[in-house]
Design a protein around this ligand. Structure first.
Ligand SMILES: C[S@@+](CC[C@H](N)C(=O)[O-])C[C@H]1O[C@@H](n2cnc3c(N)ncnc32)[C@H](O)[C@@H]1O
Length: 183
């Protein structure tokens, strides 16, 4: 992931660390974002860390791509995933709010949903879904069989081999209080 980031944005420094213990000084940045990684942190530690490194008036942004389940082929693929892994994709989508829970009470999140789509070759789509944790912890043969079958379903929906993925990004933004100027 770091190599990919560096090839796209070579001028931006990368520091290795964890969201629960940021290797950054107090009040040194205007924006902290975890994009789709926040749910791996412990909010009892990561919220105070985000607040510590943000300058007054800075913002913490979290977001997650969720499947647009109103698109027929996506609903059908989600139903197949549910059957295969015994998970409830729609319930996970409904629960995305819980991911931005703040046990410290120090953050007041504004929520927005942004819909977007991209057209990618079928193998890019399969590599993407195959990287999700539910696939990674599954038996390798079981996953490979599912992805091979999924490929056949997708090629029926997209005979030219280009899949139109549609997402709803659920975005959460919280700002820290601006510094008060002395009277
Ligand atoms: C679903 S990927 C998201 C990648 C990218 N941020 C994005 O939004 O596309 C989740 C990422 O969370 C990272 N991660 C896991 N535990 C973490 C932690 N405690 N602090 C920060 N990142 C963590 C993993 O290394 C993984 O790259």
């Amino acid at each position: 992931m770091a190599a990919q980031f560096r090839s796209t944005l070579p001028g931006i420094p990368i520091i290795r660390g964890t969201g629960d213990d940021l290797p950054l000084a107090d009040a040194c940045v205007d924006l902290v974002t975890y994009a789709q990684a926040w749910h791996w942190t412990d909010p009892a530690r990561s919220v105070p860390e985000a607040l510590r490194v943000l300058r007054p008036g800075g913002a913490l942004a979290l977001w997650w791509n969720t499947d647009a389940l109103d698109v027929p082929w996506i609903a059908e693929a989600a139903a197949r995933t549910e059957r295969h892994f015994g998970i409830d994709v729609a319930a996970e989508k409904r629960n995305v709010n819980a991911r931005a829970a703040d046990p410290t009470g120090g953050l007041d999140f504004t929520r927005r949903t942004v819909r977007w789509s991209r057209r990618v070759p079928v193998d890019t789509h399969l590599a993407n879904i195959g990287s999700h944790s539910v696939f990674l912890i599954d038996d390798e043969e079981h996953t490979a069989a599912f992805l091979a079958e999924e490929r056949e379903h997708l090629l029926k929906a997209f005979p030219d081999g280009i899949v139109e993925e549609v997402y709803e990004v659920v975005l959460f933004l919280a700002k820290t209080p601006a510094r008060r100027t002395p009277a």
